[in-house]
Design a protein around this ligand. Structure first.
Ligand code: SF4
Ligand code: SF4
Length: 458
């Protein structure tokens, strides 16, 4: 039975499932088209859709022609003497440096955010995860202005930590948490392949404040004792298509957003005068860092399970010497639920997820023994279906939209730790056909109200 048929039978509509039905109301015909209301697309506005070829602007055909790009004011600032030679006050000097970063609304905290926000719009070179400041941020980074003191704008470190996490969300993260950086979770040695030596490793050395990758070694100072972990929600409908190609699209999109956000947040931190080393999967193990930072627990599927998105997240991190206040780890019943639930193991097409109890070691060189957890088989997982599988996220009861009635019941039981009911909840979850694969046709039809694309987050 299809999910929507199941809920129809149960008398539960798409709205209570949290799946927003496309809504376009036609109010009346007009001279040039139709008056419509589509709250998803146009907010509260009633709009007239122009169906007769008319455009909401006027042009003079004898006068207007394609515009010379060079005349765009951005370009003219460089080549047109009337622009290039104009007096240009050095606002960074005046507002930020001379004002010692304390001028209201022009503070160093604000400057760090605004200059870092251009990070990917003006890329410097190939690797997004750079370890040093861009030229613009160099003007007010650690070497230029020393480390920022939140007391400059009457903040304490607790508020400053919140501000940095806020910046992470501003730059695109769905969740952000801070932790003390546990050296156990850093990779060591570093993997630094070359064309001649694809398996090359280099040592990680600590030399004062030196933060640099060289041919011989990676220099990572011990002062990088904090980590900001960022989680990025993967598209619900994309993951729901697993093992279809759209799940791979959701994963790839997560990786791209990781690179933009982590590297930009690192620029922000450098602008505040602290060292920052951004990384996706590199540099260290993201999942234990995320658990330390209070973002979730580990599940049977070997993934981080977050309260809000379940395992449907990707992770990036920024290591820093900024004295951020660590978040506390959380527990919300994942381990207990996974003991009863076997959905990911049952639905894993490569049989990579164990059905037994947790263990202290796995069977692969790619498993890191010494933690009590479920060890998956990374090789068979990686090799399945050209890496486009996300079944273990798709079927996980924690993955579902937050606002569905069924999910709320499941979560209430989990919250109350009524472990005896966990098995019943798994069956109820299955009865709702929640973990079924969503076909690509359904994915593409989820967007908006067929007027413009206004996809809402789940
Ligand atoms: S991604 Fe697919 S193959 Fe890999 S563990 Fe999850 S369900 Fe199994
Ligand atoms: S599918 Fe079930 S067993 Fe697997 S991670 Fe999710 S809750 Fe745990």
């Amino acid at each position: 039975m299809k999910r929507r048929h199941f809920f129809k039978m149960m008398g539960v509509g798409a709205a209570s499932l949290g799946i927003s039905a496309p809504l376009v109301y036609s109010i009346s015909k007009t001279k040039h088209g139709e008056l419509i209301r589509a709250p998803q697309d146009y907010g509260g506005f009633v709009v007239e859709r122009l169906d007769d070829g008319r455009l909401p602007y006027a042009i003079e055909p004898k006068t207007i022609k394609p515009f010379s790009w060079k005349k765009n004011v951005f370009g003219r600032n460089d080549w047109d003497p009337t622009r290039a030679d104009r007096p240009r006050p050095d606002m960074i000097q005046k507002r930020l440096i001379d004002g010692k970063g304390k001028i209201p609304n022009q503070s160093r905290l604000n400057y760090a955010l605004s200059r870092a926000s251009w990070n990917m719009a003006r890329p410097r070179h190939g690797d997004p995860y750079l370890w040093d400041s861009s030229p613009i941020v160099k003007r007010f980074d650690r070497d230029a202005m020393g480390p920022w003191d939140p007391a400059d704008i009457e903040m304490n470190w607790s508020e400053a930590t919140l501000a940095v996490k806020h910046a992470g969300m501003f730059f695109g993260a769905s969740l952000a948490g801070a932790a003390r950086a546990n050296p156990l979770w850093f990779y060591n040695p570093a993997f630094s392949p070359t064309a001649d030596d694809p398996g090359r490793e280099v040592p990680i050395l600590n030399e004062g404040d030196r933060l640099e990758r060289t041919e011989r070694a990676w220099y990572v100072p011990r002062s990088l004792n904090r980590v900001l972990v960022l989680a990025f929600e993967e598209d619900f409908w994309g993951i729901a298509n697993s093992p279809g190609q759209l799940a791979s699209a959701a994963v790839g999109d997560g990786y791209s957003r990781m690179a933009v956000t982590a590297s930009t947040l690192a620029e922000f931190i450098r602008g505040l005068g602290y060292l920052a080393l951004p990384a996706g999967n590199e540099v260290g193990l993201s999942i234990p860092m995320a658990i330390d930072a209070g973002l979730g627990e580990i599940g049977r599927n070997g993934l981080l399970i977050t309260p809000k998105y379940g395992p449907r997240v990707r992770l990036a991190k920024v290591l820093t010497d900024m004295p951020l206040e660590p978040d506390r780890p959380i527990a919300f019943g994942v381990t207990e639920f996974c003991e009863s639930c076997m959905l990911c193991a049952d639905e894993c097409p490569s049989k990579s997820i164990p059905k037994g109890s947790r263990d202290w070691k796995g069977n692969s060189v790619s498993n890191n023994p010494g933690a009590f957890k479920w060890y998956i088989e990374p090789e068979s997982c990686y090799d399945f279906n050209d890496f486009s599988c996300s079944n273990c996220k798709r079927v996980c009861p924690f993955t579902k939209p937050n606002n569905s009635w069924l999910h709320k019941i499941v979560r209430t039981v989990i919250d109350r730790r009524v472990t005896a009911l966990n098995t019943a909840m798994v069956k109820l979850d299955q009865a709702g056909n929640y973990g079924q694969q969503v076909q690509d046709t359904e994915f593409w039809s989820q967007d908006g109200s067929k007027t413009i694309t206004g996809r809402e987050s789940m």
